[in-house]
Design a protein around this ligand. Structure first.
Ligand SMILES: CC(C)(COP(=O)(O)OP(=O)(O)OC[C@H]1O[C@@H](n2cnc3c(N)ncnc32)[C@H](O)[C@@H]1OP(=O)(O)O)[C@@H](O)C(=O)NCCC(=O)NCCS
Length: 153
């Protein structure tokens, strides 16, 4: 199966991203929220994963106060566990390395799948906040910092 990772083109991709958000999250980011963040911040480190001309995964990243902030990431259910999220994260890391910017994100402590992914990619936990999400769950704040010896493949 050919999986292509491309920089997000907001106009072309946003409708598919919004649909996937609704499929994947109980409390999805809505189009208006993503539009607001796209207008307010640089989103150059956002990517989509494409199979057969369809968007099956995405990472929406904003440049916020000298951090690349992964705002949301998701992969369509039938294409999960194929390494797509890891590929998307590694694209963000390439930019982080080139620009010497840390990557930050929040993740629910209940989201063991995502925690496993981030930990396996070298993210470390900086702190937590209880009752952060609408379902009352705790958020872990995680960070990945490029090292001066990192190289881009
Ligand atoms: C989290 C998510 C993006 C992972 O996407 P994915 O493409 O399936 O992930 P990958 O195939 O790249 O997996 C990378 C690693 O994550 C971990 N992982 C992924 N799915 C897992 C699962 N079901 N159980 C345990 N670990 C899992 C593993 O460490 C995996 O590496 P491995 O396959 O070599 O063991 C996807 O499950 C998803 O879209 N979930 C719903 C949205 C969401 O929770 N987003 C994150 C918000 S913080």
């Amino acid at each position: 199966m050919d999986i292509e990772i491309k920089p997000m083109d907001y106009k072309r991709d946003i409708s598919s991203i919004v649909i996937l958000e609704k499929e994947l999250f109980d409390d999805p980011f809505l189009r208006g929220q993503l539009y607001f963040y796209h207008q307010k911040y640089d989103t150059f480190a956002s990517y989509v994963a494409i199979i057969d001309n369809s968007i099956v995964g995405y990472v929406f990243t904003i440049l916020e106060e000298e951090n690349l902030h992964i705002y949301t990431i998701g992969v369509k259910r039938e294409f999960q566990r194929l390494g797509i999220a890891r590929d998307l994260l590694r694209k963000v890391k390439e930019i982080a390395i080139a620009r010497i910017l840390p990557i930050v994100l929040e993740v629910s402590m209940k989201n063991l799948t995502a925690l496993e992914l981030y930990t396996s990619e070298g993210f470390v936990r900086l702190g937590s906040e209880e009752m952060y999400y609408p379902d009352g769950s705790t958020a872990h704040f995680m960070k990945w910092t490029p090292h001066h010896t990192d190289i881009i493949d």
